[in-house]
Design a binder for this molecule. Structure first.
Ligand code: FAD
Length: 308
């Protein structure tokens, strides 16, 4: 049994999620290979070599793969698929763009957002916005799986797996015209150890400045509820929840967030949850490890001052 993990990266650095997907691959058992596809991404291949549990790194380096277009990468994965029993990627935007194409081209069912491995063909995945866990078994010869990275611990480094260069180039009709990236000095929401998240209770976009100050003191990322995003307080890439990002930081501070199930679906796996809300009946207090019933406009400045 051999398992292929699609590495996620920006051509210069390997994303931490890949080490977590490798951990899921190791739980399946078998020979784990990592595919690094991109352009001038030798440093990424080296980082993948160092991951414990990886037997081989496949390195496809070509200008065609510069933008990691799912159309091209999926074709490469399909070409490699007959050698593998499982193809895994993180359930990130990249994984969710690429793997369904692979599953469709291979005519197999995809297993999405896997959070547990029971057996090589049996997996656990959330359903109903995380309110229930389904155990699913696949009889497909090749199992195409997206992994919820936050459910797995990253494998350690210290390996030196062999690297095989691939020269197959697949170019689909799609082209990247442009991309507008949000540049932030704060950690990325998906990988942050601490997240300070604001909801409708923040009242305005300007008031989010307060949470940014708090986040900077803590080295945290800033998140938001959908109500805060829909009200235009912050951009939608900050949204946490069922239709936003799924996060599992060590510490999640929810400020002025009521705790609707769709929000909880994105953050309830945080190790420690702190809630600040003026309503003692707010459902967020049912999942919070520490709850502060207070007006956020008093509590947050006090917290910032205390951290000074
Ligand atoms: P509210 O529910 O309005 O809560 C605001 C809270 O702030 C209240 O508890 C209030 O007591 C508190 N507050 C107000 N003023 C203060 C103050 N001065 N000091 C302290 N506390 C104060 N939501 C998400 O977040 N993420 C999702 O991904 C998501 N996906 C969805 C998908 C679907 C299909 C649907 C139907 C809904 C989805 N929602 C999602 C929306 C979700 O149902 C809630 O509407 C939303 O989470 C509410 O956001 P909120 O807690 O910020 O706002």
């Amino acid at each position: 049994m051999a398992i292929l993990v699609l590495a996620e990266h920006d051509n210069s650095a390997l994303k931490q999620d890949t080490a977590k997907v490798v951990s899921a691959a190791c739980a399946i058992g078998g020979d784990v290979h990592v595919l690094v596809v991109g352009h001038q991404c030798g440093a990424v291949a080296q980082a993948a070599q160092a991951l414990q549990g990886v037997g081989q790194v496949l390195h496809a380096d070509h200008s065609v793969y510069q933008a990691h277009l799912a159309e091209n990468v999926a074709k490469l994965l399909v070409e490699l698929a007959p050698n593998y029993s499982h193809i895994l990627a993180a359930a990130s935007s990249v994984g969710k763009d690429t793997l369904p194409r692979v599953a469709a081209l291979l005519d197999v069912a995809q297993l999405s957002e896997v959070v547990g491995v029971l057996h090589a063909d049996t997996f656990v995945r959330p359903i109903y916005a995380g309110n229930a866990l389904a155990t699913v078994q696949s009889h497909d010869a090749i199992k195409v799986i997206t992994v919820r990275a936050s459910a797995f611990d990253a494998v350690a480094q210290g390996n030196n797996a062999s690297v095989v260069s691939l020269d197959k180039v697949f170019e689909a009709k799609a082209q990247l015209v442009s991309q507008a990236l949000t540049v932030s000095a704060r950690p990325e929401l998906g990988n942050a150890g601490i997240i300070v998240s604001g909801g409708r209770g923040m009242g305005s976009g300007e008031n989010f400045g307060m949470l940014e100050q708090l986040a900077d003191k803590l080295g945290a990322a800033v998140g938001a509820s959908r109500a805060a995003v829909d009200a235009g307080y912050v951009s939608n890439d900050l949204q946490v929840g069922q239709t936003g990002k799924i996060v599992a930081p060590n510490l999640y501070i929810a400020v002025g967030i009521s705790g609707a199930i769709q929000h909880l679906a994105g953050m309830k796996d945080a190790k420690v949850i702190v809630a600040i809300n003026k309503d003692p009946e707010a459902p967020i207090f049912q999942v919070a490890d520490y709850g502060l019933v207070a007006d956020l406009f008093d509590a947050v400045p006090e917290l910032i001052a205390a951290l000074d």
